[in-house]
Design a protein around this ligand. Structure first.
Ligand SMILES: [Zn+2]
Length: 146
């Protein structure tokens, strides 16, 4: 004897039916109902379209040739020598950055120059100022002079 399922029960089982996750009895009952009930059949068609679309979406990823092309591009981008990348960064149109770089370069230059300017002077060869004075003789000083 075959139990006739109500529309609500069938609709509750539809997802499991789609994924073939039902017992043989339930599966058969749902199939029989769907073959007889137009609105449930329509509902199942919608569900099937949604679920299969979802499956396609989940399975979808970049195509292999696209992945390969991307990998080649990434390789090319990062295989360039560092100075080329640095030059590109410096050439990039970012006025604030370049101004900051210019200011710091000028500051560095100024500091270098001022360090050079304040370098300790060469020692002056000290020569006696009064080399004609004979300190061994006592010079009498005129008291009016003081
Ligand atoms: Zn129904």
């Amino acid at each position: 004897m075959e139990k006739v399922m109500a529309c609500e029960s069938v609709q509750e089982l539809m997802v499991d039916y789609y994924y073939r996750d039902l017992s043989d009895d339930d599966r058969k009952s749902v199939a029989v109902h769907l073959s007889a009930c137009a609105s449930c059949a329509m509902e199942y068609c919608r569900l099937e379209a949604d679920l299969s679309g979802l499956g396609d979406l989940l399975a979808e990823g970049p195509r292999p040739e696209l992945k390969k092309a991307l990998a080649v591009r990434v390789q090319k981008e990062f295989a360039r020598p560092w100075y080329k990348r640095l030059a590109e960064i410096l050439r990039s149109p970012l006025p604030a950055y370049q101004a900051a770089l210019l200011v710091s370069a000028m500051a560095a230059l100024f500091m270098l120059l001022s360090v050079a300017r304040t370098a300790p002077p060469a020692p002056i060869s000290a020569s006696p100022v009064f080399d004609d004075v004979d300190a061994s003789t006592i010079v009498s000083v005129d008291p009016n002079y003081l």
